[in-house]
Design a protein. Structure first.
Length: 121
C-alpha cells in the first residue's frame, strides 16, 4: 500500500505548480456489512483532460502534457497502483477538471479477519 500512496501522491506533487496544494483525507467505515478504508488525494494541478481519463491507469500511458514536461516518468505509477488496489478487491478512481485539479479516491475493503482481530483486542 505504501507504493500506491507514493505513486499517487508523487503524481499529485509533480503536476501541482508552486503555490498549489495537495491534500490527503482518510475515512474509514466500521460498518459490519462492508467496512472500508477510503483515501482521497486531491491537488490543484493542471487537471486531466476528459479524453485521457479512461486511459490514465493503463501501463505506459502518459498524456501529451506529461510527455512534454519530461519529468522522467514512464507511465507505470498509476497502473501499478490500480493493479495493487484491485488485487485487494479495492478500487481507485479519478475525477479531474482542467485548470482546477484532480482527485484520486482509493477505496479498500477491510477484511473480516482484520475486523475480528481488532474486536478481540
Amino acid at each position: 500500500m505504501i507504493q500506491v500512496l507514493i505513486n499517487v501522491i508523487g503524481n499529485a506533487v509533480r503536476y501541482t505548480p508552486a503555490g498549489g496544494t495537495v491534500s490527503i483525507a482518510v475515512e474509514s467505515s466500521a460498518s459490519t456489512d462492508s467496512p472500508f478504508l477510503q483515501i482521497e488525494i486531491a491537488d490543484t494541478g493542471q487537471g486531466i483532460a476528459p479524453e485521457h481519463i479512461p486511459f490514465v491507469f493503463n501501463r505506459f500511458y502518459r498524456t501529451d502534457e506529461a510527455r512534454n514536461r519530461n519529468n522522467g516518468g514512464m507511465g507505470l505509477g498509476l497502473a501499478i497502483a490500480k493493479e495493487y488496489v484491485a488485487s485487494h478487491q479495492g478500487s481507485i478512481e479519478v475525477h479531474s477538471v482542467i485548470g482546477v485539479g484532480s482527485v484520486f479516491t482509493i477505496k479498500l475493503p477491510v477484511g473480516h479477519t482484520a475486523q475480528t482481530d481488532l474486536e478481540e483486542q
